[in-house]
Design a protein around this ligand. Structure first.
Ligand code: NAP
Length: 280
């Protein structure tokens, strides 16, 4: 078998086009504030990407590039001001923050109705109990890909490798909400290969190049690679050994061009949702 490649780039372009069309019909432009602290080169690339996405979707975006010596108090004050601004619907703080910051306190300072990343405990709680609201960008991007390619989730065994608050855990919750049976694996899982082989849908979200090999994948499984790693040549790659796994899987996401662009598109959807919920 040779897997069907799930084209995240093409699907993200379609989603952004839909967002743009809906945004045009609003009575005011959706606005996104993006805060970046310090000079992490990867964060800079992500923030530039978000700015470009906002332009494509017809949103207003404002970047706040703060020096690495900014204090927690200064950052909290900025968030406080943005919370009150009518032209700003969504506030995003690019992670990771430099070491001196208490990241959780910063994320909690964002007003839940402007929390387009869905990291605030209030929104995470709503996600957990299945109430309507923001969905976290990366996991909801994965769900959208599965839906678009007609992959049924209900009744399937989904194995999520990774249990972070931004990817693994919410991914498992979204799959559970769609009636999958879900296994979450992590660094203490005793037989990762054995768990992975049970998956109808396998999601790799670890950050280790080459972790998922073909012998860990069931024939015909759907394989989603969330990771964004750099290999020894500095090339962007995922956790999955793509070439060999593509011979066994029924569907597979590439890296780059898979989950990454979908994460960005889902942020635009969340910002549109924020603007709508603010009565724009
Ligand atoms: P993270 O916070 O470092 O979490 C990694 C998870 O992997 C942890 O739960 C860890 O387990 C687990 N793990 C580590 N080694 C393992 C092993 N040998 N076997 C099984 N599990 C193992 O990372 P993250 O923020 O979730 O990100 C994961 C990857 O996704 C990274 O490559 C990141 O760059 C990428 N990412 C991509 C997007 C996108 O848009 N495509 C968005 C976000 C993140 P413990 O909990 O036990 O430590």
């Amino acid at each position: 078998m040779s897997a069907i490649v799930i084209d995240g780039k093409a699907l993200a372009a379609k989603v952004k086009e839909q967002v743009r069309a809906k945004a045009k019909k609003l009575n005011a432009q959706p606005g996104l504030a993006v805060i970046i602290v310090g000079d992490n080169p990867a964060s800079r690339v992500y923030v530039n990407g978000k700015k470009k996405d906002c332009e494509e979707c017809g949103f207003f975006s404002q970047e706040y590039a703060l020096s690495g010596t900014t204090s927690q108090q200064e950052l909290l004050e900025l968030i406080g001001k943005l919370n009150e601004r009518q032209d700003i619907d969504g506030i995003l703080v690019q992670l990771p923050l430099p070491e001196q910051f208490d990241e959780q306190e910063v994320l909690r300072a964002i007003r839940p109705d402007k929390d387009v990343d869905c990291f605030h405990p209030y929104n995470v709680g709503k996600l957990m109990i299945g109430e309507e609201g923001y969905l976290p960008c990366t996991p909801s991007g994965v769900m959208r890909m599965l839906e678009e390619y007609g992959v049924e989730v209900a009744g399937k065994h989904c194995v999520v490798v990774g249990r972070s608050n931004i990817v693994g855990k919410p991914q498992a919750i979204l799959m559970l909400r769609k009636h999958a049976t879900v296994t979450i694996c992590h660094s203490r899982t005793s037989d990762l290969a054995d768990q992975c082989r049970r998956a109808d849908i396998l999601v790799a979200a670890v950050g280790r190049t080459g972790l998922i090999t073909a012998d860990m994948v069931k024939e015909g499984a759907v394989v989603i690679d969330v990771a964004m790693n750099r290999n020894e040549q500095g090339k962007l790659c995922g956790d999955v050994c793509y070439e060999e796994v593509a011979q066994k899987a029924s569907y597979i996401t590439p890296v780059p061009g898979g989950v990454g662009p979908m994460t960005r598109a889902m942020l635009m959807e969340n910002t549109l949702y924020a603007a709508q919920s603010h009565g724009k």
